[in-house]
Design a protein around this ligand. Structure first.
Ligand code: UDX
Length: 446
């Protein structure tokens, strides 16, 4: 489609308000804007984007009354259903007004693209006879695991005895039962199951956009194509496809980059657990001393630094930097970075792979378990740190293995090789570029 033709078309985007979700949605907005679509973003009042960073888009907050809520992990299963209930009315009203009054301003609505946590959108779009497309900000492997979980549950496999946790999952043998996204040895609460069902469900959406690469997730993608029976467009990694990197919700501490400039190539370990996971007090202390005892330079993101041991910062001195929020993509691209200790959120996983940085994998919940298993046992570019209680000795040994020993060097070479191959995907003629072309044609035909 020519850019002029697309300009008469508008795409309405509905991100969910969590950093790991709103970031790929904003990146998608840039990708579609560059193809000529006008962009309207309807967002929750919780964690709103900084609209001044994106003057090319129109933003409209949905009055959901959630602006004061704490979006940490323990609250997620309450906040998400509430958000879906509260946003439905305001969103419908906004769309009706837009269709009646604002077509000249933004163009005809081509379609609505929504994050898979904002499932209320599908119902509203149906009601107004507008096509909707689902954005999946997680890996294909994760959704395949969710589907496998529901199938096994229907066959009464759960609750599972502890002794079977290390057994391979039938139909997805690369995963062990313990890698599935949920605790399987006890009953899962009904409200959690309901939410997962809603997230896995496609409703009447006409297609799926996936922030992944066909070249990376070919097998799981083929399975999902059979399962969902609608076109799937794999146009990731969105952070490389988009023209803007101004998508961070928190203020980035850029000083760490000048400190990295003073460090030797491949010498620094970067430690970050994304935007939701928090370490408990004991884990934080053991990690702190493990990092210290490893004798390697490190850059550590601690979103709340109150609980660091007394005198720790003085003891570390110039060998480490602790920040509340780092410019992560820039950090991972820095030549001084030799390893990434991560919770294996999907954005962090893609960002690390695409910069060729080997990982220490310490998943915490949900999709992170699946991503960690792929990193350590399928792609073989990460070390498994497991999910048991951490001790400073375990931390120190893992860091040495990754940063100093031969095993770490092998992972580094392998992920470098992977990066070289995968970066073809988002270059001209690559699989993600081709998929994006098909997506824009598809959207314009709706
Ligand atoms: C959440 C879920 O926890 C994750 O499992 C899911 O895959 C996506 O949604 P989050 O935990 O925040 O995301 O992790 P991740 O997906 O890795 O996203 C974090 C984002 O924040 C990344 O884009 C990363 O670059 C950015 N970040 C993180 C920073 O910019 N600075 C930091 O200091 C830390």
């Amino acid at each position: 489609m020519a850019v002029e033709e697309a300009k008469s078309h508008c795409v309405v985007l509905i991100p969910s308000p969590f950093t790991g979700h709103i970031t790929p949605m904003l990146q998608l907005a840039y990708v579609l804007h560059a193809k000529g679509f006008s962009i309207v973003i309807n967002h929750s009042e919780l964690n709103p984007p900084d609209t001044s960073n994106h003057p090319e888009f129109t933003f409209f907050p949905l009055k959901d009354g959630l602006s004061n809520r704490d979006p940490s992990f323990s609250n997620l299963f309450n906040i998400i259903p509430e958000m879906n209930t509260n946003c439905r009315g305001p969103f419908r009203q906004y769309l009706v007004e837009m269709m009646e009054e604002k077509t000249e301003l933004y163009g005809k609505i081509s379609c609505i693209v929504y994050d898979h946590l904002m499932y209320f959108v599908n119902e509203v779009a149906d009601h107004l006879k507008l096509p909707s497309i689902l954005l999946r900000p997680s890996s294909c492997a994760y959704m395949e695991a969710v589907c496998a979980f529901f199938q096994l549950r229907a066959e009464n496999h759960f609750p599972l005895p502890e002794s079977q946790l290390l057994d391979p999952v039938p139909k997805v043998p690369v995963l062990r039962f313990k890698d599935l996204p949920f605790a399987l040895t006890s009953e899962i609460p009904e409200h959690v199951l309901k939410l997962l069902e809603k997230v896995a469900d496609l409703g009447s959406s006409v297609a799926i956009i996936w922030n992944t690469m066909g070249d990376l997730e070919n097998r799981a993608l083929s399975w999902l194509q059979q399962y969902y029976q609608v076109p799937i467009f794999t146009i990731g990694p969105l952070h490389k496809m988009a023209s803007s990197s101004l998508t961070s919700l928190a203020e980035e501490d850029a000083n760490c980059i000048s400190w990295l400039d003073t460090q030797a190539p491949n010498s620094v370990l970067y430690v970050s657990l994304g935007s939701i996971v928090v370490m408990d007090e004991n884990e934080l202390i053991e990690t702190a001393w493990g990092l210290f005892n490893s004798n390697r330079p490190f850059l550590w993101v601690v979103r709340s630094s109150n609980d660091l041991p007394d005198g720790y910062l003085e003891a570390v001195g110039d060998r480490g930097r602790i920040v509340k929020w780092a410019p992560q993509k820039e950090v991972l691209a820095h030549p001084a970075i030799g390893g990434f200790w991560s919770h294996c959120g999907w954005n962090s996983t893609l960002e690390s792979i695409l910069e060729g940085v080997p990982m220490i994998c310490r998943p915490c919940f949900g999709d992170q378990n699946v991503n960690a298993r792929y990193l350590t046992h399928v792609w073989k570019v990460g070390l498994e740190l497991g999910t048991d209680d951490l001790t400073r000795g375990v931390v120190e040994r893992a860091i040495r293995k990754l940063m100093v020993e031969e095993e770490g060097e092998e992972l580094r070479l392998r992920i470098h090789d992977m990066k070289q191959k995968l970066q073809m995907s988002f270059r001209d003629g690559g699989s993600s570029r081709n998929s994006l072309k098909s997506l824009t044609e598809f959207m314009s035909s709706l």
